[in-house]
Design a protein around this ligand. Structure first.
Ligand code: G3P
Ligand code: MG
Length: 248
């Protein structure tokens, strides 16, 4: 059976919609859906027992009500954690399991850019845990894209689940981006919006790769990138990109 993949929306909410709701939380993803965001990006890492959870950091202190190392936490402690500490008026938000998040996004019919964080974990273990969660929840792979800054993690994804699309995250575009794209059979490159110039965008697009930029929050600042062929933006403020939403 052939899979008909859906292209990520032109506007993806970075960690949900952190300008309006706690980042990387179920409530945040619901809020994004409520205002019309169709794809979100989130970050995944593992707990001590290897359970995949949604978190950008390897500790809970920046967004949570206490500071714990995730790799020292057990799954039954997640409900006690309140990850809405940066949004004082927001109700309690547990640290989400990846499986619960996939179920919710499936229910909301949202697309997902799932970024795997390395945080010093063995690539084989972290990828196996993520793929198991995707398969266990039957999350539709046609609306899934896995991204990472780590080439090792992406190579592991390619080995364990070649059917899931892969995107390489970069800050500056590395000289060997084309070789890497071929080697990892990438779907997309995800570059910092400030680092891209016309010739780079053209060269990337000429290879057939999709190009996404992060984390752009002011629409005017990336106007040229759209003209040059950018496929999508990952932003904390999807609500500011209404015109782009409407042009899809
Ligand atoms: O996917 C883009 C962006 O999430 C990469 O940076 O640090 O926010 O995960 P970071
Ligand atoms: Mg991320």
């Amino acid at each position: 059976m052939t899979t008909t993949y859906l292209n990520p929306a032109r506007v993806t909410g970075h960690r949900g919609i952190p300008s309006l709701a706690p980042e990387n939380t179920l409530g945040g993803f619901r809020k994004a859906a409520e205002i019309g965001v169709r794809w979100i990006e989130l970050d995944v890492t593992l707990l001590a027992d290897g359970t995949p959870v949604v978190s950008h950091d390897d500790t809970t202190g920046r967004c949570g009500n206490r500071n714990d190392l995730l790799q020292a936490l057990a799954a039954d402690e997640l409900n006690n954690m309140n990850m809405a500490a940066l949004h004082p008026d927001w109700p309690h938000e547990p640290l989400p399991l990846l499986t619960d998040t996939l179920d919710l996004l499936c229910h909301l019919e949202m697309g997902l850019n799932l970024e795997i964080k390395h945080h010093g974990l063995p690539a084989e273990q972290v990828v196996a845990a993520v793929i198991e969660a995707v398969r266990m929840t039957d999350f539709p792979i046609e609306q899934l894209l896995i991204s990472s800054f780590s080439r090792d993690l992406l190579a592991e994804c390619q080995a364990q689940a070649p059917e899931i699309r892969r995107g390489l995250l970069v800050d500056d575009l590395p000289c060997d981006w084309h070789t890497q794209a071929q080697h990892l059979n990438l779907f997309s490159l995800h570059a910092h919006w400030r680092q891209l110039n016309y010739l780079q965008v053209k060269a990337i697009k000429d290879t057939g790769l999709k190009l996404y930029c992060w984390t752009a929050n002011i629409p005017d600042e990336i106007a040229s990138l759209w003209h040059w062929g950018l496929d999508g933006v990952i932003t904390d403020y999807p609500q500011r990109f209404n015109e782009i939403h409407e042009s899809e």
